[in-house]
Write a protein that binds this ligand. Structure first.
Ligand SMILES: NC(=O)C1=CN([C@@H]2O[C@H](COP(=O)(O)OP(=O)(O)OC[C@H]3O[C@@H](n4cnc5c(N)ncnc54)[C@H](O)[C@@H]3O)[C@@H](O)[C@H]2O)C=CC1
Ligand SMILES: O=C(O)[C@H]1O[C@H](OP(=O)(O)OP(=O)(O)OC[C@H]2O[C@@H](n3ccc(=O)[nH]c3=O)[C@H](O)[C@@H]2O)[C@H](O)[C@@H](O)[C@@H]1O
Length: 487
């Protein structure tokens, strides 16, 4: 039987996932009307803004929206109308870590998913395929089905699919155009498989069939958490090795390159850093930890928890290195932080390592100059206020200055910290920067972005490289004394 042809799609949640994902569906499927709804009026207004001042920065996104908006792509706050009209509904709402109650600090807060599900049940008068796009714990689809079936009207059936999203911010449009895979999970019943075929048929407008994987519902849900956990685990592994490198004189880039050359390991995602950020890695691993604990698998929970703990250690280690290197005090000193976003090519700051570093510098009573090419000023103040609950915004503003360029941020500072891997930081006029800094002038490269040799030639003291020479002997001496009588 030919799969059901979908002509009307609704996406609930116009965020970093719902917006780009459904805009690309609209672009690639001109025969489908795609409506993206959100409760947040300001966000929808931005999606609809006449000058395409979209609520999120993502390379290539504006071009996609320009091509489809008003043609077969619509943004609205009228959730009920959207639900009534759609045949297929993506639920792409936020699933943050719970802040209070059972599982606080670990479990995913499924309140937004549940409210959206209840609204679908309350409003729908015809059958719908409901697709979990949000990242959710294993078996959430079961709860959604229970809610929908308990509230459905006569002749109105709901099929639930899991279709987790694997896009990365900064490359979302490229990832959506050419995904490594599209994963669709369904019940293995005839109706479940039909619904799965209908969604697969939408993606097959641009995704090769061999990249559309169809699996059971629970496998699909768990695969998303597993993929993020394993990606983050690679970063924590390489960051753990970076600590050994700094204590021995080995170069982490060389080690990662050599290890990644093994085709079984592969070269990607082996860049040592100041620590991973972003809205999902930590949240999804903590979710996996919670799931493991709930399933009475404490060893499994401890294993995954260590990935997050290593990330926290890496951030702490980096801040401490800055303080130690600046002669054990940064009180009253000026530090330029280049980059506030959690990675390059996005304006998203959620869980950005930069925030943790700046919080640490402020608590040491340093002055911080921040420059980021995309993050808006109000977001920086909001994030710092949340990160420093003991400081008023007024006192934060006394210690922090937001600058318009890297050169401006570096003026009269003792040290530069590179916290985000924006390409433009590589091309900074480093000689000019050096002239305007206090001496000795330090660069702490949290992204291994700049050419340390070149900067050293200019006169900078560059971390991590200069540290190799400073510490090798003392660290080896410690190793050599192990086992010797203390005399
Ligand atoms: N940000 C990312 O790169 C990725 C995120 N994910 C997952 O996708 C989900 C969404 O993430 P983001 O798009 O980053 O979140 P987001 O916070 O940017 O967007 C979620 C949107 O849903 C809206 N919303 C919440 N409840 C609603 C309701 N009942 N009706 C209408 N709108 C509602 C919110 O107002 C918000 O604008 C999360 O589960 C996340 O884990 C998955 C892959 C990548
Ligand atoms: O579920 C999600 O939200 C998404 O999470 C990540 O995407 P994202 O967080 O947008 O960006 P990444 O490129 O994965 O980077 C995450 C963090 O790790 C850091 N990172 C990445 C790679 C690396 O080698 N080293 C490293 O420190 C980045 O700078 C960033 O802070 C995954 O890559 C996506 O597949 C997934 O869909």
């Amino acid at each position: 039987m030919a799969p059901l042809k979908i002509t009307k799609i609704l996406c609930i949640g116009a965020g970093y996932v719902g917006g780009p994902t459904c805009a690309v569906i609209a672009l690639k499927c001109p025969h489908i009307t795609v409506t993206i709804v959100d409760l947040n009026q300001a966000r929808i207004d931005a999606w609809n803004s006449p000058d395409f001042n979209l609520p999120i920065y993502e390379p290539g996104l504006e071009d996609v929206v320009r091509q489809c908006r008003g043609r077969n792509l619509f943004f609205s706050t009228d959730v009920d109308k959207g639900i009534r009209e759609a045949e297929l509904i993506f639920v792409s709402v936020n699933t943050p870590t719970k802040k209070s109650g059972v599982g606080a600090g670990f479990a995913a807060d499924l309140n937004y998913v549940e409210l959206a599900t209840r609204q679908i049940a309350a409003v729908a008068t015809t059958s719908k395929i409901v697709v979990e796009k949000s990242t959710v714990p294993c078996r959430t689809a079961e709860s959604m089905r229970t809610i929908l079936e308990a509230n459905s009207k006569p002749n109105c059936r709901f099929d639930i699919l899991s279709n987790p999203e694997f896009l990365a911010e900064g490359t979302a449009i490229a990832d959506l155009f050419q995904p490594d895979r599209v994963l669709i999970g369904s019940l293995q019943t005839r109706e479940g498989k039909d619904a799965c075929a209908a969604l697969a048929n939408v993606y097959s407008n641009w995704v090769p069939e061999n990249k559309i994987l169809t699996v059971g519902l629970w496998s699909s849900e768990l695969s998303k958490l597993a993929a993020n956990a394993m990606l983050a685990q690679r970063i924590s592994s390489v960051n753990a090795l970076s600590a050994i490198c700094e204590a021995t004189g080995a170069n982490i880039d060389e080690v990662a390159h050599a290890v990644g050359y093994d085709s079984r390991v592969g070269p990607k995602f082996l860049k040592a850093s100041v620590g991973f950020g972003g809205s999902c890695f930590q949240k999804d691993i903590l979710n996996l930890v919670y799931l493991s604990e709930s399933l009475h698998l404490p060893e499994v929970a401890a294993y995954w928890r260590q990935v997050v703990e290593m990330n926290e250690y890496q951030k702490r280690r980096f801040s401490k290195r800055v303080v130690d290197t600046l002669f054990n005090t940064i009180t009253g000193k000026h530090i330029a932080v280049l980059g506030f976003a959690f990675k390059a090519d996005t304006g998203d700051t959620r869980e950005s390592a930069s925030i943790t570093l700046i919080r640490d510098f402020l608590s040491e009573r340093a002055f911080v100059n921040i420059y980021d090419p995309k993050v808006i000023e109000s977001q920086i103040w909001l994030d710092l206020s949340e990160a420093c609950p003991n400081m008023s915004l007024e006192s934060i503003k006394k210690q922090v200055k937001i600058c318009n360029s890297a050169v401006e941020a570096a003026l009269n500072t003792e040290a530069i910290v590179i916290a985000t891997e924006w390409k433009e930081f590589k091309a900074v006029a480093w000689t000019e920067v050096y002239e305007h800094m206090k001496k000795p002038a330090f660069v702490f490269d949290g992204r291994l972005l700049v050419d340390a040799d070149e900067l050293t030639k200019i006169g900078f003291k560059v971390y991590p490289s200069f540290f190799f020479f400073g510490s090798v002997h003392s660290q080896f001496d410690k190793v050599a004394t192990i086992g010797r009588p203390t005399a």
